[in-house]
Design a protein around this ligand. Sequence first.
Ligand SMILES: [Zn+2]
Ligand SMILES: [Zn+2]
Length: 270
Amino acid sequence: MLICATCAVEYEEPTPAVCPICDDQRQYVPASGQRWLKLDELEQDGQHTVVKENEPGLIGITTEPVVGIGQTSQLVITPAGSLLWDPVGYLDGSAVDAVLRRGPVLAIAASHPHMFGAQLEWSHRLGGVPVLVADADRDWLGRTGPAVEFWSGSRTVAEGLTLHQTGGHFPGSAVAHWARGADGKGVILTGDSVFPNPDRRSVAFMRSYPNHLPLSGAVALRIARQLGELEFDRIYGNFNNMIISGAKTVLHDSAQRHTAWAGGDFDHLT
Ligand SMILES: [Zn+2]
Ligand SMILES: [Zn+2]
């Protein structure tokens, strides 16, 4: 098993000439070319994981130095067990111990293929827990196995913890809705279909972030309408970016703003 140095998604050997996820219009293969990494070599080079509590019941896992895109994985803990969301592309014994210490892991799931990380490796090290993959994105898997379960629409992981397919950035793009988060006001964990911006009071709706390709206004409105039916006050992105409160209004207003700009309402300002 190897991981792509740029996106940190795992692939079975022999690996393709270039990582299909990076070669896609949403990502990029760096000018220096395709590189593949092995987990044991990274460990020998001093790679390690960092575990940090974001709020009660939500643990962030990152890698130092950054591997691939450098997302933060989230471990969402419920009384019935946990969900490992957007698994990072590197893992070590201390990360596995930190996850297992918080109770049984019910499932691993990614918001979209850029965030697949080393999901099968995580599953293997956690005792074969199910890896939930949106059926619409199944062709992006670089590695598969009996742990993979395909789903579409919505998928309950535990009481008060449900995956919802929104589409957008990828057809199978999903969010995780955690009802007990944010002191019971509700949390949504997103990937790139809804991206909390650096201003912390708006979100973006993009097909590609590195290559700056927006989604249409209609899709932004569709996603905001779908998620608007859920109860939540906070949104976590996967790069330590978040909307700390009032996120439902932020989502609605951002979709309106995106649609207005993309539709030409503000062309007189350009
Ligand atoms: Zn890649
Ligand atoms: Zn992405």
